[in-house]
Design a protein around this ligand. Structure first.
Ligand code: AMP
Length: 486
């Protein structure tokens, strides 16, 4: 197993006061499945008791079973989809995590990654905490347990005031559903409404699937507490308990992570991706016969590239949808094998043509290398690669699965020309950072105060990286082992 295991690609969902709580949560999680495919969990509360189901695998494989849903009764429910490390230890890490505390039961689910989670964990263990998982989220649960505040929502806020990094979190208590977003708003979280009942979800696509209304984004640093009142009505209160910071949503949500039909931060992800392709075509024009997306991530950008350049768009690569995401297979070997399982050339559209391949991003370069080889074998006369985001030169520590810096393609080769030769293309170009900012509707990047977090392209991290300080800084292997060991 590779060491770069600090991955928390996740999606969260919660609903309060609806009789079909667990079924709606299962549907919401199904729409968020792209955010994590390894495990899923749902916790419900029936007015008396909490119920919890956590499993490995896809939402649809488990939570569509009526017998499973029958084990999750109640009008309050929340859930989580997750990609995590492999191995036997996984199930105990699957969220929502639940604990009985002095203030009653509480379940929490987290999308994002804390950058001081390990430091806090060490402190908690040194002072007597018994940790059952290796997940950052458990740290938050311990901090809630230790808080001296009276009320569960106050304790939740108190706990969050100690953590650094990225979190969009949902918590469920006996009477409350709480949604919170970190002060930088790195990961998305939206507030929705179904028949007057509040919902939290990572993306709007989880509202669309159940016909719920989008109310608004949870703001950066905001905590929204939805509470069942004694007359059965539900109050929704907003708090800004943390030091106010400028919102810096993660640009990678637009580049790759979010579903194209979601509206993230008020912007259509699909439109942003298409504009990335338009800007790429403006910045790096060329003569070619056909624009071919690397599916599915590259498809909207390839459409934009085709429209702007006038070069016809064709599905020159067909993707098998029954293979999980290549990128998140655990070993390099399987990852490489996965690419072949996942993509095949549509020879008719490639043979004898000058092909422009458009992908959303290059991380390790594994996908590009295999795809280019495949397109050449299918008879392409020329193969050009256009990437709808800038070069990734820095690791992410906030919930996007990127490897150690030295495994990033852009760090393995000294310049664009060397990368071009390695991938084996006739030309290779990346979208500029300003082209990306323009595509998401931002003004040109302000170096002093960037409107988004773009650390993977620039090294400008929005928070302290406490866990990576000192001896651990350049040793993510060691860090992930420590996390595994707890
Ligand atoms: P790589 O093969 O390592 O260069 O990864 C790049 C490919 O993986 C591209 O085709 C992207 O669409 C996809 N990708 C980029 N970021 C991620 C991510 N965080 N999780 C899964 N796949 C990704």
């Amino acid at each position: 197993m590779e060491g770069d295991t600090l991955r928390e690609e996740c999606g969260v969902f919660g609903i309060l006061g609806h009789e079909d709580g667990a079924a709606l949560t299962a549907l919401g999680l199904h729409a968020l499945q792209h955010r994590g495919q390894e495990a899923a969990g749902i916790v419900s509360f029936d007015g008396q008791q909490f119920h919890s189901e956590r499993t490995m695998g896809l939402v649809g494989d488990h939570y569509t079973n009526p017998a499973t849903l029958a084990k999750l009764p109640g009008a309050a429910a929340m859930g989580h989809v997750r990609y995590s490390t492999t191995g036997e230890t996984v199930l105990r890490n699957v969220q929502p995590l639940f604990a009985e505390l002095e203030v009653g039961g509480i379940a929490i689910a987290h999308n994002g990654n804390l950058t001081n989670g390990l430091t806090l964990r060490r402190h908690l263990i040194a002072t007597g905490a018994i940790c059952q998982s290796t997940s950052d989220t458990e740290v938050v649960l311990h901090l809630i347990a230790r808080s001296q505040k009276k009320d569960s929502a106050e304790r939740f806020v108190d706990a969050l005031s100690h953590v650094e990094g990225a979190y969009s979190m949902v918590a469920l208590t006996r009477t409350k559903l709480i949604g919170a977003r970190d002060p930088n708003g790195i990961r998305p979280l939206v507030l929705g409404d179904l028949d007057g009942k509040p919902i939290f979800a990572s993306e709007t696509c989880a509202l669309d699937i159940i016909g719920a209304k989008f109310v608004r984004d949870v703001e950066s640093g905001e905590v929204i507490v939805c509470e069942v009142q004694s007359d059965g009505s539900i109050s929704v209160r907003s708090f800004k308990p943390f030091e106010q910071k400028r919102e810096r949503l993660c640009l990678f949500e637009y580049v790759y992570f979010a579903r194209p039909d979601s509206i993230v931060g008020g912007r259509s992800v699909y439109t942003a991706r298409k504009r990335m392709g338009i800007n790429l075509a403006k910045e790096s024009p060329l003569e070619a016969d056909v624009v071919v997306p690397v599916p599915d991530g590259g498809t909207p950008a390839a459409l934009g590239f085709s429209q702007e350049s006038g070069i016809p768009f064709e599905y020159g690569i067909i993707r098998n949808h029954y293979v999980g995401r290549t990128f998140i297979e655990p070993t390099q070997h399987i990852r490489a094998l996965g690419v072949r399982l996942k993509h095949s050339a549509n020879r008719e559209q490639i043979n004898g043509k000058r092909v422009v391949l458009v992908d959303d991003s290059i991380v390790r370069g594994t996908t590009s290398l295999k795809i280019v080889q495949m397109i050449r074998e299918a008879g392409a006369k020329e193969v050009h690669m256009r990437v709808a985001s800038p070069m990734i030169t820095h690791s992410d520590y906030y919930g996007i699965d990127t490897p150690d810096p030295e495994k990033l393609l852009a760090n393995q080769y000294p310049n664009l020309e060397a990368m071009r030769q390695y991938i084996g293309v006739d030309s290779l170009e990346f979208l500029s950072i300003d082209g990306l900012y323009d595509a998401v509707g931002g003004s040109p990047r302000n170096n002093e105060a960037p409107q988004f977090t773009d650390h993977y392209f620039t090294g400008n991290y929005p928070t302290a990286l406490t866990d990576l300080s000192g001896a651990d800084r350049n040793d993510r292997n060691k860090l992930s082992l420590l996390k595994e060991a707890g």
